[in-house]
Design a protein around this ligand. Structure first.
Ligand SMILES: C[S@@+](CC[C@H](N)C(=O)[O-])C[C@H]1O[C@@H](n2cnc3c(N)ncnc32)[C@H](O)[C@@H]1O
Length: 137
């Protein structure tokens, strides 16, 4: 599906109308949620659509901050309506074929990266460190 198709009200609306009827969706959601660590507090959702996955995650992670990126203005309009009551979700229009943008969350988040002696980036190892988690579309 070409990314630009998602920019039309018609295509986004058709997807959202059918989305809940996709077979095995609940099982797929459960499997995805199981992969996201309970202690993940900063979650980046690429191709967030109507923010469904972030909202599901926020149900069991009231402390989390979520950023949802999506290319589609109509999808993000629905996402904003549906995520209205979830305070810590930021929604950003962005084409993932471009480098990731700075978001409010990334501007305020403490820098956590560290470098090994080889100069390569390595993840922080403290178990109490909030770990950014990426979900995919
Ligand atoms: C099948 S929907 C999935 C939505 C959501 N992740 C979910 O599980 O309900 C795919 C989403 O990816 C977005 N998308 C497709 N290509 C994209 C791109 N190049 N950059 C950003 N978002 C894109 C679409 O706009 C759409 O909202």
């Amino acid at each position: 599906m070409p990314a630009k198709e998602w920019g039309t009200e018609e295509h986004a609306g058709r997807y959202l109308k059918r989305a809940d009827d996709y077979p095995h969706r609940a099982e797929a959601d459960a499997a995805l949620l199981e992969q996201v660590p309970r202690e993940a507090h900063r979650i980046l959702d690429l191709g967030t659509g109507d923010s469904r996955v972030l909202r599901l995650l926020s149900e069991t992670r009231p402390e989390m901050t979520g950023v949802g990126l999506d290319i589609s203005a109509p999808m993000l309009k629905t996402a904003r309506e549906r995520a209205q009551s979830v305070r810590e979700i930021e929604l950003v229009e962005h084409d993932l074929s471009e480098p990731l943008p700075a978001t409010a969350a990334s501007r305020t988040a403490p820098r956590r990266e560290s470098r090994s002696s080889s100069g390569r980036w390595r993840p922080p190892h403290s178990s109490t460190t909030p770990t950014p988690t990426v979900t995919s579309r």
